[in-house]
Design a binder for this molecule. Structure first.
Ligand code: PMP
Length: 436
């Protein structure tokens, strides 16, 4: 969580805990230029992060030296591929404080959430009684929040449509926080699962997961935490988190695309039927029917994205060497600085918490009189990459009465010069569109 003790004043240029120049040297893409020779100012890590050479090297090493399908075949390459794949699982587990048998590799956060949602509806029709424990059906309720990324909303809407369960949600306050005033009624005896983001991709808000977990425990509901925007940016220990599931994407944490993670409490995973079925997740197969492996293999059907998993292992090693506490502190300093800089520009409104308390580094804003897409266009002309639109969180922009926002997100290679470039770029957009 964000600690108020080390909170920098917004706008203050406190020394950054990470050596930005040394880190930038690890990212080949940051040495390229864009838009007629301009330095690339990459402020879109929240969409996908850039990759350090160490991650690229790990994937290349795998393809050049090992490439084989893991958990199949008796030859040396297959054995080494299995070793590399499982070693990466152990690294990812250690990164979040989990034993390796609780780490399931998926394609991304979206697939990890769908895996859980489909397992819960498959549970209702499972022939094996041991898979029916968490079945969702008519009369049951699933709780989300109005702050969710579509990836943590639509799979639950669809689960409710498949099963006859009801979707309920926690609303938002005017300053971009979860409104927990009706937590005790929204999360009730009918609730089977609460799905909540730890850090909003659009508002930057860090949610009080412990309070939500405590209420879910009182009513016996499961909790799924969307860590797509938290695991890359703050230290996470699943034991302290207290939830049942944590999901995140490799590509947002310096790792490759095509690999994500579902962490699940072992006894909960063990009670779930599979989502995808096929090779490598079975125990015995007969024409009449099949039995399935225990977790995590039960949820990893087919030849997995082995090189990407190895790359993700290198990414967590890279982040661990930097220190996740430093990564968090670095981004908090940049966020405080950015909020201060934006507050100095007349006509700019930040959508989300105005200071760095319980807030991460996604800074969304509007510029009076200039459409977010036009702001993005002017910034792009200056070599500054930001995200514009509804950020796959349409209910959030609707809640705050704006059509879209411009969003800057920070990471380990971001420095004060990037934030200065953003502020200068916004002023340039205002000048271009004649609003100042
Ligand atoms: N949840 C949040 C909070 C996100 O920011 C994102 C990605 N923008 C996702 C889920 C989905 O991640 P992916 O597209 O990697 O599946």
């Amino acid at each position: 969580m964000t600690s108020t003790a080390s909170r920098p004043a917004t706008g203050a240029r406190t020394p950054l805990p990470l050596d930005v120049e040394a880190i930038r040297a690890d990212f080949p893409i940051l040495s390229r230029t864009v838009r007629d020779g301009k330095r690339l100012v990459y402020l879109d890590s929240g969409a996908t992060s850039q990759k350090p050479r160490q991650v690229l090297d790990a994937e290349r090493w795998f393809y050049e030296n090992v490439n084989a399908a893991p958990h199949r075949g008796a030859h040396q390459l297959a054995e080494e591929a299995t070793g590399a794949y499982e070693e990466a699982r152990a690294k990812v587990g250690a990164f979040i404080g989990a034993p390796e048998n609780e780490v399931v590799f998926t394609r991304n956060t979206t697939e990890a959430i769908n895996l859980v949602a489909y397992a819960l509806s498959n549970a209702a029709t499972a022939k094996e009684p041991e898979f029916r424990t968490h079945a969702v059906g008519q009369g049951d309720e699933i709780v989300v929040t109005e702050m969710e990324h579509h990836a943590n909303l639509i799979p639950w809407q669809q689960l409710c449509e498949r099963t006859g369960a009801t979707l309920r949600w926690l609303g938002l306050t005017d300053d971009g926080r979860l409104d927990l005033s009706d937590l005790a009624t929204v999360v009730n005896e009918r609730t089977r699962l609460v799905a909540v983001t730890q850090q909003s991709n659009i508002l930057g808000t860090i949610n009080p997961i412990e309070q939500i977990v405590a209420r879910a425990r009182e009513v016996g509901a499961l909790v799924l935490v969307d860590g797509a925007q938290s695991v890359p940016h703050q230290p996470i220990d699943v034991a302290a988190l207290g939830a049942d599931f944590l999901v995140f994407s490799g590509h947002k944490m310096l790792g490759p695309t095509g690999v994500g993670v579902l962490w699940g409490r072992y006894e909960v995973l063990d009670a779930l039927p599979p989502f995808l079925t096929g090779g490598s997740m079975i125990e015995v197969v007969r024409m009449e029917g099949s039995t399935f492996m225990p977790p995590p293999q039960r949820f990893e059907a087919g030849v997995p994205m082995t090189a990407q998993v190895v790359g993700l292992g290198a990414a967590v090693e890279y982040l661990t060497a930097l220190g996740m506490d430093k990564v968090e502190e670095h981004e908090r300093a940049l966020t405080g600085y950015a909020l201060g800089k934006l507050a100095e520009i007349p006509g700019v409104t930040v959508i989300g918490p105005p200071d760095t308390v319980a807030r991460g580094g996604a800074v969304s804003f509007t510029v009076e009189g200039v459409h977010p897409h036009d702001v993005g266009q002017v910034l792009d002309d200056l070599g500054i990459a930001v995200r514009v639109g509804h950020h796959c969180a349409w209910p959030v922009v609707r809640r705050y009465g704006v059509p879209a926002t411009t969003r800057a997100t920070f990471y380990v290679h971001t420095g004060y010069d990037d934030v200065d470039a953003l502020a200068d770029g916004i002023r340039a957009a205002q000048k271009f569109f004649g609003t100042v």
